[in-house]
Design a protein around this ligand. Structure first.
Ligand SMILES: [Zn+2]
Ligand SMILES: [Zn+2]
Length: 271
């Protein structure tokens, strides 16, 4: 599979997940023009995008939705509760989805699941192609059972790592905002994201793109350095607030292959 963050942060989120020929976008929180420009730069073709999935109604996830969906006549998967009257002119493109029910877009299978976040009906998604699965997990108030269940299935993941606890505590945000962020319906801290990784990382996970980093209460290097000592063979990268990431190629290497390889190496050693 091919994945890229087109932008990630409270200033706008948009994630590209697909194959060489078909893809979906999760959220369109930056302008249509900017999505087009960045995808072109990454050599990702807009014609491959077959659908848009919306996680929740916060502006940083839908700002460019109406223009982009309309321009390319793309189906938009968004729950009924999340729809707002002010997303005008694209209601004919809307499709509903339900948590834990798979949706097939070409060869991609998308499974939404519920998460805790202070929005009307927030969901996150895993996207699968054959044996490979990619997760887009941002705006997560707390590591609930659903998050753990789907995290364990991912070969690669965009994982929220929003704030550094001390920076938030000592920072300039008003108290109510601090409480909103760290409360169970706000965002995941670096430490919470790391704990999820340490406790539930599946053996086949190869890529983590730390996502939705706060400008005021986090620093990309800080988040990355926290993960690196525990990375093992997992590539740790930051999904930036200012530019698109690289395109990463994700492939599931079944454990069987490793076992076979190990046996082969062992046999060769003892011959
Ligand atoms: Zn957000
Ligand atoms: Zn949000």
């Amino acid at each position: 599979m091919q994945i890229a963050s087109i932008n990630s942060g409270s200033n706008g989120n948009c994630y590209y997940v697909g194959t060489a020929t078909e893809a979906i976008l999760v959220d369109v929180g930056i302008s249509c023009k900017e999505v087009e420009k960045r995808m072109k730069h990454l050599n990702l073709a807009m014609k491959n995008v077959k659908a848009i999935f919306i996680s929740h109604e916060h502006t940083d996830h839908i700002k460019g939705l109406a223009v982009l969906a309309k321009k390319y006549s793309l189906p938009v998967y968004i729950t009924k509760k999340t729809r707002r009257n002010w997303i005008k002119g694209i209601s004919h493109l809307f499709n509903d989805f339900k948590a834990d029910e798979r949706i097939t877009i070409g060869e991609l299978i998308i499974t939404p699941f519920e998460k805790k976040h202070d929005a009307l009906d927030p969901h996150s998604f895993i996207i699968s192609h054959k044996a490979t699965t990619v997760g887009v997990f941002t705006d997560i108030g707390i590591v609930c059972d659903e998050v753990i269940k789907y995290f364990k299935q991912c070969n690669a993941i965009f994982l929220e790592s929003n704030y550094e606890e001390e920076m938030l505590e000592n920072g300039s945000y008003p108290l109510h905002l601090k409480n909103r962020i760290k409360g169970g319906e706000g965002h995941l801290s670096n430490k919470q994201a790391l704990e999820l990784f340490l406790q539930h990382k599946p053996k086949f996970m190869t890529h983590i793109l730390l996502s939705h980093l706060s400008k005021e209460n986090n620093h990309p290097e800080l988040a990355k350095q926290l993960f690196l000592p525990h990375a093992d063979n997992v590539l740790i990268e930051i999904a930036s607030r200012y530019e698109a990431s690289n395109v990463y190629h994700i492939e599931n290497a079944p454990e069987k292959t490793f076992v076979k390889l190990k046996r082969y190496v062992q046999a060769a050693l003892f011959e």
